[in-house]
Write a protein that binds this ligand. Structure first.
Ligand SMILES: [Zn+2]
Length: 100
């Protein structure tokens, strides 16, 4: 596996991800590290949650989520798992410019 450098576009933190494509030593891709990603995405999801009549609990509840109907629940929990991984996946709702 080749390695591609990834740089957080917010705080500048760098890490590597595995890739099947060949990259030069100077190539890197911009992304967001976990703390920055969470910082960026949380207000957006909170806004959506409130608009949908839920609590703005995304990322706050830990394992004690009782919002069974919440459609962000799995993502919320999945988040805790991915945080132990190496790279956050940017959700489409962040990369697309859908009206909030
Ligand atoms: Zn960062």
């Amino acid at each position: 596996m080749k390695k591609l450098r990834v740089k957080c576009m917010k705080c500048g933190k760098e890490w590597e991800k595995e890739t099947s494509v060949s990259w030069g030593p100077d190539d890197f891709t911009s992304s967001l590290c976990h703390p920055c990603f969470r910082e960026v995405i949380s207000p957006i999801i909170h806004k959506k949650q409130l608009r949908e009549g839920n609590f703005d609990c995304f990322g706050k509840s830990g394992d004690d989520c009782d919002q069974i109907q919440c459609k962000y629940k799995e993502w919320c929990f999945h988040w805790e798992e991915t945080e132990k991984g190496t790279e956050p996946e940017l959700p489409t709702m962040y990369s697309t410019s859908s009206p909030m």
